[in-house]
Design a protein around this ligand. Structure first.
Ligand SMILES: NC(=O)c1ccc[n+]([C@@H]2O[C@H](COP(=O)([O-])OP(=O)(O)OC[C@H]3O[C@@H](n4cnc5c(N)ncnc54)[C@H](OP(=O)(O)O)[C@@H]3O)[C@@H](O)[C@H]2O)c1
Length: 316
């Protein structure tokens, strides 16, 4: 069974050969975790990543009972299939796909925003969408101060959000082929990415009726998702007050002109262009950027793991 009180938790990284898995391994090493096994599909079994031999992520291997924590970044259908086996084997699974994010009873956690929810898990903690994480980091302090009435957001998402293969494709293609893409499932009205951003933001902030209108596009940038955000609050909040609140908020760094290039490789969510939106009452506009592979995925999941580890050690 999982022993989260151990000084050397046994960590499985499932999806270790992918864009998020690669960063997960780098961050685990930087943070001193050395009891790590790596898993991917049968295609990668036997390959070396970060000096470790890739194992095939079979139900049997994940359920064997010798892992305390499993960090999954394998895609939604593979997560649906594999996560329950890791949980059956006694591990706590932190899943970065959309498979469990909106499931009742599964906490959807951004440590700076609703970290206390992580403790309510019954085996699975879900890691939110890579735009929902930075967005909620920026919205939470504004909501606490003045109450959110409405949020509109337009995203500029990098190709690494679509995985390692998409990164390779962008690196290899002539620049004149670079274009915006809208490469998510479309239901005739909106992309599933836009629905995720709305529903996950509502769940994380515990505002089930919050009006959230999102338009998502993919831009030819390698790493870093940017979001133009327009907020209406219930009570008046000046740009100066918003700047002061965001300056104090955990995980956020104020920048005059935040860009994906400035966010990539760092842990902070960058927030800038904070100004009044004079077209509406109590309106604010801001620009939010995060490294989608780090805070948008790998780092947020490791921070969730560290919350659980800390809590178990304190309780012990
Ligand atoms: N990229 C981002 O910015 C981001 C942000 C937040 C969340 N996520 C989520 O994280 C997940 C992975 O994203 P990614 O960008 O890292 O994708 P990726 O680069 O395509 O990597 C996918 C990984 O999953 C493994 N995999 C695929 N099918 C598998 C299976 N049936 N069994 C075991 N392993 C399997 C692949 O192994 P092989 O190499 O063997 O094929 C690879 O290691 C997705 O759910 C995505 O939505 C991604």
């Amino acid at each position: 069974m999982a022993d989260l009180r151990s000084d050397r938790p046994r960590i499985g990284v499932v999806g270790a050969t992918g864009a998020v898995g690669t960063i997960t391994l780098q961050l685990l090493r930087e943070r001193g975790y050395d009891n790590v096994r790596v898993f991917a599909s049968a295609r990668s079994a036997g390959r070396q990543v970060a000096g470790l031999t890739v194992e095939e992520a079979t139900p049997e291997a994940l359920a064997a009972g010798d892992l305390d924590l499993c960090l999954f970044s394998v895609g939604t259908s593979a997560s649906r299939e594999l996560v329950p086996h890791a949980v059956r084997g006694g591990a706590v699974a932190i899943d970065k796909s959309a498979a469990y994010r909106l499931a009742p009873g599964v906490p959807l956690v951004v440590p700076e925003v609703n970290g206390a929810r992580a403790a309510e898990h019954t085996g699975i903690v879900a890691n939110p969408n890579c735009c929902a994480i930075p967005l909620t980091c920026a919205l939470k302090p504004l909501h606490d101060a003045a109450g959110l009435r409405r949020v509109r957001v337009a995203t500029y998402q990098s190709v690494s959000g679509a995985g390692a293969q998409a990164m390779e494709q962008l690196r290899g293609q002539p620049t004149e082929l670079n274009d915006l893409r809208m490469d998510w499932d479309f239901d005739g009205v909106e992309f599933d990415e836009e629905e995720k951003l709305r529903e996950e933001t509502r769940k994380i902030l515990e505002l089930p009726d919050l009006p959230v209108s999102a338009t998502c596009v993919r831009v030819p940038v390698l790493v870093g998702h940017a979001e133009a955000v327009w907020v209406e609050t219930e009570d008046p909040l000046s740009a100066e007050q918003a700047i002061a609140l965001l300056d104090d908020a955990p995980g956020i760094r104020l920048e005059q002109f935040p860009t994906p290039g400035r966010a990539a490789g760092g842990d902070d969510v960058l927030v800038g262009r904070i100004r009044a939106d004079v077209t509406i009452e109590n309106g604010l506009a801001l620009f939010v950027v995060g490294d989608n592979l780090r805070k948008g995925a790998a780092l947020n999941a490791i921070q969730i793991a560290e919350l659980l580890l800390r809590e178990q050690r304190v309780a012990a």
